[in-house]
Ligand binder design. Structure first.
Ligand code: G6P
Length: 610
């Protein structure tokens, strides 16, 4: 949430900033801005809307200089206006600051220190900028001023990047709770909200920890610990490629990412499954630790929460351990029962969601064994837990999660079976059979994707103008219904609700009439007949049914207005298959409605504020 880039060196600064911002735009696109420091002082350019607007404003008359910072905003405090866009300035334009996060005590600070200042925006960030300006006047040094400012920011989260015309050869950064990384180059240095921002220039990364700050010049990076004392920080080399950040002939990243899902399953399985079964020794969890687990909590937000709901069923079935799957933002403030016998697993593709991070801090504080399932190496949540199982989906650019969800389902299946084996609840034969079935999923999914899913396109064309959609499923496809509904509302802005099909008679059946569409997931499973009964109940009220069913299921034909077949798999793995047409339905509906599926309004890929 909010993309950050900073650069000092000999390249064309504005170009590096705009280029970097284009790779972190998925973090927010309400507005964007840059500040470049050159001979004429600090030159700030901002524009509301997507980055393209800023690019055209910067145009040919690019500000020249040797140092600069850039920002894409996801609005928290203050509307989407140019005045509220970052960078914010202080000290008569001699200081500029960008920020990702929320300063919760900004009103208090404003009253206490800044009563004499004139504010141009409604943001908490401008308060931080003006405070930094004040501290700079007092301390006479930008880094000292940043440390003094940090002391005042009692509550909230921040990743800051600041420049001052009075110390023109450096920028200063600081973070608490919001992510920030430093890229080390030769005769040049970078800062970014995440690695892709700076990856074309360097893969040598310093990860700043909470409460740390740094002073960065073209030739040096000085890192200061939580107490403001210098700490030696050696850059780590990251193995990430930017290939994934190209559309490779697809019209949108989302479509490309949906089509990458078979390969994503294979790479998440690679090296972890063999003839002898599943090997997750990479987790480094000891037999004693595994034995001790009495309860598991799968903590997540958004799409990752729906993966968690499926993970709960998998773990309970394969490992026979009770699992809760709370929404991260509810868990943290509900006084959950946590002790040393709990394994708390954060599921977070970005590894940065503030809600999930705060929840994991609570779990950790209360003595739980902690683990993460994440797609981003070195991100905040994996760095705070005892063990991480990385999904290997590659960088996901589309804001609506697709291939990372698939990777999470794969990882959770592996983990559930592995844990079951370790605890003697899952036999070697069952494990072998599961591995064989898992390996078959990408093969079948490729066939499904190659079939072009004509029924999905027809359905998207038919229902693109409705106001409401219902998605229903049961057991393993209960969560799929929620994920399908989430995809549709996220990118096409049609209201859609997920529901357990068995629960329909307790309320939603009141909605059923001639024009109301329900997506019903009804694949092979022990409760297929019960789902068929639920469909009959809808049909008895003249409701419209789009069924997602197992290939060759004839019986379902007469109950559905549209029928989308998916290849047969065992029920536990069917969510991997059934979600694909639902992702595509959302995609084509968005396209038909003229919506941008890669950058839906008001959303951000990585939400680093509570
Ligand atoms: C945001 C994104 C969602 C994502 C959720 C959790 O809301 O828009 O797509 O599912 O955050 O993100 P995480 O990175 O923790 O999985």
């Amino acid at each position: 949430m909010c993309g950050i880039i900073g650069y000092v060196g000999k390249r064309e600064v504005a170009q590096v900033l705009l280029d970097g911002l284009s790779r972190v735009e998925y973090r927010g696109y309400d507005s964007a801005g840059i500040a470049v420091l050159g001979e004429s002082g600090i030159n700030v350019i901002k524009a509301t809307g997507k980055l393209a607007n800023l690019k055209s404003r910067v145009g040919q008359s690019r500000p020249q200089g040797w140092l600069g910072i850039g920002h894409t905003r996801w609005a928290t405090h203050g509307r989407v206006t140019e005045a509220n866009a970052h960078p914010h300035i202080a000290s008569g334009g001699r200081v500029a600051l960008i920020h990702n996060g929320i300063i919760e005590n900004y009103q208090t600070l404003k009253k206490k220190y800044l009563a004499d200042e004139e504010f141009l925006s409604e943001t908490d960030t401008e308060v931080a900028a003006k405070l930094l300006g004040k501290m700079l006047a007092r301390e006479g040094d930008l880094h000292a001023a940043m440390r003094a400012t940090m002391k005042e920011l009692a509550a909230g989260a921040y990743a800051f990047c600041a420049i001052s015309a009075d110390q023109p050869n450096q920028f200063v950064v600081a973070r608490r709770s919001s992510p920030l990384i430093i890229g080390v180059g030769e005769g040049e240095n970078f800062v970014g909200s995440d690695v892709p921002a700076i990856l074309p220039y360097t893969n040598k990364i310093i990860y700043l920890e909470d409460g740390e700050s740094a002073r960065i010049t073209p030739d040096s990076v000085e890192v200061f610990d939580v107490n403001g004392k210098p700490r030696a920080a050696k850059p780590k080399t990251v193995n990430m490629t930017l290939e994934a950040a190209e559309k490779s002939g697809y019209e949108h990243f989302m479509l490309k990412e949906i089509n990458e899902q078979p390969a994503v399953i294979e790479s998440t399985l690679a090296g972890r499954v063999s003839k002898s079964g599943i090997d997750l020794s990479e987790l480094g969890l000891t037999a004693a630790q595994l034995k001790r687990i009495k309860r598991i909590q799968l903590i997540a937000a958004g799409t990752s929460h729906y993966a968690a709901l499926t993970g709960k069923l998998l773990i309970e079935e394969f490992a026979r351990i009770p699992v809760e799957a709370p929404i991260a933002s509810e868990y943290s403030y509900s006084n959950p029962v946590i002790d040393k016998d709990v394994l708390a697993i954060a599921i977070s593709q970005s590894g940065e969601s503030a809600d999930t991070k705060v929840a994991m801090e609570l779990a950790k504080k209360n003595g739980a064994l902690t683990m993460a399932i994440s797609n981003v190496m070195g991100s905040s949540i994996p760095r705070m837990v005892d063990a991480t199982l990385y999904t290997r989906a590659g960088i996901e650019i589309g804001v609506a999660a697709t291939k990372t969800y698939m990777a999470q389902l794969t990882a959770l299946t592996l983990f559930a079976a592995w844990l079951g084996r370790k605890r003697g609840e899952f036999s070697a034969t069952e494990e072998k059979k599961l591995v064989a079935d898992l390996k078959e999923v990408p093969v079948l999914m490729r066939k499904l994707l190659a079939s072009k899913l004509v029924g999905v396109k027809r359905c998207a064309a038919r229902y693109q103008n409705v106001y409401n959609f219902m998605y229903m499923g049961r057991n393993y496809n209960y969560a799929t219904a929620f994920e399908g509904a989430l995809k549709l509302k996220e990118i096409s802005y049609i209201h859609a609700e997920g529901y357990g099909a068995g629960e329909m008679k307790h309320g939603p059946i009141a909605l059923m009439e001639g024009t109301f569409p329900t997506i019903m997931i009804c694949v092979d499973s022990p409760i297929r007949d019960k789902v068929l009964s639920n469909m009959r109940e809808i049909k008895a009220r003249d409701g419209v049914i789009v069924a997602v069913a197992s290939e060759g299921d004839e019986e379902i034909k007469e109950l559905s207005d549209y029928l989308i077949y998916v290849p047969r798999t065992r029920e536990q793995l069917s969510p991997m298959m059934t979600v694909v047409p639902l992702q595509l339905l959302a995609y084509y509906t968005a396209i038909n409605r003229g919506c941008d599926p890669d950058q839906p309004r008001n959303l951000a890929k990585s939400v680093t504020v509570e």
